[in-house]
Design a protein around this ligand. Structure first.
Ligand SMILES: CC(C)(COP(=O)(O)OP(=O)(O)OC[C@H]1O[C@@H](n2cnc3c(N)ncnc32)[C@H](O)[C@@H]1OP(=O)(O)O)[C@@H](O)C(=O)NCCC(=O)NCCS
Length: 170
């Protein structure tokens, strides 16, 4: 039987359980002590800027963007990025990051921050470390705090603790 190629679509409310399962498979209970999780606990992710990869009716990848404030300025935090290990190494992770970043740019997001490996995310649009003054609400290796500037100068003089923020319609 020929299966259709995988495709990326916005996350639906009904995807939550499948995404939880991917997250559990990737991090186990360790997910809940990660600094990025603390930010995501403060405010829900933005479903309009969160995407999944679907293959034959099954969800095989997910990326979420959460609205954040850093001082007075607003942007998004990217993560978690998750791909079902059965489908690892096929480019799904990279495709999800590129898609989420392109959609964030279209939506007018000034910057996107994440915690991750520079060797993976650098070529995907996160070429620089976040300014030293930008901090997560928990311990994070500064070399892993990366930023994509979507509006020119968005990272200039950016500083403060990253805080999840609620949008009016949450
Ligand atoms: C990290 C993850 C999303 C990658 O997804 P994927 O679809 O397998 O990745 P892609 O196919 O797009 O990219 C594969 C390439 O990235 C590399 N890569 C994967 N994880 C990497 C990492 N953490 N650091 C550097 N490179 C990495 C692979 O070695 C591979 O390299 P190659 O193309 O030279 O062979 C996936 O492995 C995953 O879900 N991991 C567990 C959760 C996690 O750690 N998420 C990221 C932090 S929130």
């Amino acid at each position: 039987m020929n299966s259709k190629p995988p495709f990326t679509r916005p996350e639906h409310r009904s995807d939550a359980a499948a995404i939880d399962a991917l997250q559990w498979a990737a991090f186990g209970p360790g997910a809940y002590v990660r600094a990025a999780f603390r930010v995501r606990e403060q405010a829900p992710h933005d479903r309009a800027l969160s995407f999944v990869t679907e293959l034959d009716g099954a969800l095989i990848g997910s990326v979420r963007l959460t609205p954040i404030a850093v001082g007075e300025r607003h942007g998004h935090l990217l993560g978690p990025l998750l791909v079902d290990p059965v489908f690892a190494g096929l480019g799904h992770g990279k495709a999800l990051v590129r898609h989420a970043l392109a959609e964030a740019r279209k939506a007018g997001t000034a910057f996107v921050i994440l915690v991750g490996d520079a060797s993976y995310y650098g070529p995907l649009g996160f070429p620089q470390r976040a300014p030293r003054e930008v901090r997560m609400p928990g311990p994070v290796d500064p070399a892993r705090l990366l930023i994509a500037e979507l509006a020119p100068g968005a990272a200039d003089k950016l500083g403060g603790v990253i805080t999840g923020i609620r949008r009016r319609d949450d």
